[in-house]
Design a protein around this ligand. Structure first.
Ligand code: PHE
Length: 533
């Protein structure tokens, strides 16, 4: 269970949450966020715990036990997590960079310029890839090697070390906050962070961001929690553990938000601009705000070093949780391969893919891939899981697993969130925000970048998942499916967003008809009349 919390608390809390909250309206974001956490995050976390504890294997195999046809959902989870891991490592590389530079805090004068120009050496757009930034590439390599070694030999001992670092983030955040609050303007920052505005509640993109963040941060939809729960031997109080993990994890990021918004408020006061415009939001936010706050502290060098070291330790147990889950899943599927070899190949592939994120255009690609992997990857997996657990397995079985050793049994409310609230909320959110995707290009990026880093990689995770499934999807079906996707992608290259939306829906509808037609033909072939012939 400690491992599960170790997986949940990571860069998602300190790096991702603040910029997602900032981008989606500050206080306005908190309402959808907490709704998503309470009605989907924690209930689904309970379901993943119970499902893993019950099936005692990794996600794909556990799905397979329910029905061979849904095994791919387990693979989809693992693959989505793996793609996320490739850019997660790039963020860890930034942390390395700052940690190593902390003896001289070179960002003290201009934290923003330092991050974008010296660390990232950022280009003008995703298509200006430039070259590989070698210090960052070396740092990702180091992180992959460390994660390899730990997953291979030391999850136990590292777990013990990591346990000792648990209070560290809180101590550092308190120091930063207390110091930050003495700066002029910081209170305005907090007011912006904590004042909800109700009109954004009608914006599906904000809801999608909230669900995505809850999934990312709780390590939901990665297959990680299913794998970890499958190792449970003793009789644990699952509902309580899930509630605790969910609340503790969110409390951490909520708190990290205080620090970042206090800094933004102070910065707005100094430069006398509106807080919404004080920095360009996006994945760089935390790496501007935290260094700025750190540089203002007494003993800045010491605190900077400790802070970035702490970020690395937070990230490492999240990273190896996914490596573990992926290795176990592959080993279940291909018992002939040796564990060490699987792990090595995974790390190598991950490192190579991740090189994209340490080029001059790395940050743009990270932004795009992150958006798609969270919104349509993790949230998509979550929806599929809720449907499978409800309609194929039945919530009754999970409920009895959850309530076997608890003092506070879950009841109707939990069941209602799994089979009713979650599927409906996720379906509506996915459909409405997909519509937005077609009508305007995400962050104004060129369509070709979105087609590759967004739709392309997302499709690839699904296709690979289908290929990894033991019972192969019929080739005709798969081919049809690929064809649909191919046509949509080609269309994406040549058309504007709006035309693409119309065209895409027609093609998708055509594709669905194709699948239905194949099913119909198959059924006709199998019908008794033709069988007797
Ligand atoms: N939950 C992690 C975080 O908040 C994200 C993560 C989970 C990353 C699993 C990799 C694997 O940082």
């Amino acid at each position: 269970m400690l491992a599960a919390i170790g997986s949940a608390v990571g860069l998602g809390n300190l790096w991702r949450f603040p910029y997602i909250a900032f981008k989606n309206g500050g206080g306005a974001f908190l309402v959808p966020y907490f709704v998503a956490l309470l009605t989907t995050g924690i209930p689904l976390l309970m379901a993943e715990y119970a499902f893993g504890a019950r099936s005692k294997t990794g996600a794909p195999h556990a799905m397979r036990k329910i029905s061979p046809k849904v095994e791919w959902v387990g693979w989809w989870a693992i693959l989505t997590g793996f793609v996320i891991l490739t850019y997660y490592m790039a963020v860890m590389a930034w942390s390395w960079f700052y940690m190593i530079k902390s003896p001289s805090i070179p960002w003290a004068e201009d934290a923003k310029g330092y991050f974008f120009n010296s660390v990232l050496q950022i280009s003008d757009g995703p298509m200006q890839i430039g070259g590989i930034i070698w210090p960052l590439a070396l740092a990702t390599l180091a992180t992959w090697i460390i994660c390899y070694l730990i997953t291979r030999w030391g999850t136990k001992s590292v777990g013990a070390v990591v346990k000792w670092t648990v209070p560290l983030p809180y101590i550092l955040l308190v120091i930063l906050l207390v110091h930050g609050l003495r700066q002029m303007g910081s209170i305005e920052g907090l007011i912006y962070y904590l004042t909800p505005t109700w009109d954004v509640l009608t914006n599906p993109q904000v809801w999608m961001a909230a669900y995505g963040q809850v999934f990312f941060s709780l390590s939901l939809g990665f297959g990680v929690m299913i794998a970890y729960a499958s190792y449970l031997k003793s009789k644990e109080d699952l509902p309580w553990q899930a509630t605790f993990a969910g609340l503790a994890n969110s409390a951490t990021e909520f708190f990290a938000g205080f620090v970042v918004f206090a800094v933004l408020g102070a910065l707005a006061a100094v430069t006398s601009v509106n807080i919404t415009e004080v920095v360009a939001g996006g994945p760089g936010l935390a790496f501007v705000a935290f260094p700025m706050a750190l540089a203002a502290l007494p003993f800045a060098k010491f605190f900077s070093f400790v802070f970035f070291l702490m970020l690395l330790t937070l990230g490492i147990d999240s990273a190896f949780s996914l490596l573990e889950a992926a290795t176990t899943a592959i080993q279940d599927r291909y018992p002939k391969f040796r564990r060490g070899r699987i792990l090595f190949v995974l790390c190598l592939i991950g490192f190579l893919i991740g090189l994209l994120f340490v080029t001059n255009a790395g940050l743009y690609w990270l932004d795009i891939v992150d958006h798609w992997m969270n919104s349509y990857g993790l949230v998509g997996v979550g929806l599929a899981e809720a449907l499978i657990l409800t309609f194929l397995l039945g919530t009754k079985k999970l409920k009895s697993e959850l309530n076997a050793h608890t003092i506070r049994p879950v009841g109707l409310i939990w069941e209602l969130s799994i089979w009713f609230i979650t599927p409906i909320a996720l379906t509506v959110t996915i459909i409405l925000s997909l519509k937005g995707e077609f009508t305007s290009a995400y962050e104004g990026y060129p369509p070709i970048a979105l087609a590759i880093g967004g739709w392309g990689i997302w499709t690839l995770t699904i296709v690979l998942a289908l290929l990894l499934q033991k019972d192969k999807m019929k080739w005709a079906k798969l081919l049809g499916f690929l064809l649909i996707i191919g046509v949509v992608l080609v269309a994406m290259f040549v058309s504007t967003a709006l035309a693409m939306g119309l065209f895409g829906s027609i093609v998708l509808a055509g594709g669905l008809l194709w699948l239905l037609a194949i099913d119909w033909l198959k059924r006709k072939k199998l019908s008794p009349k033709s069988a007797t012939k």
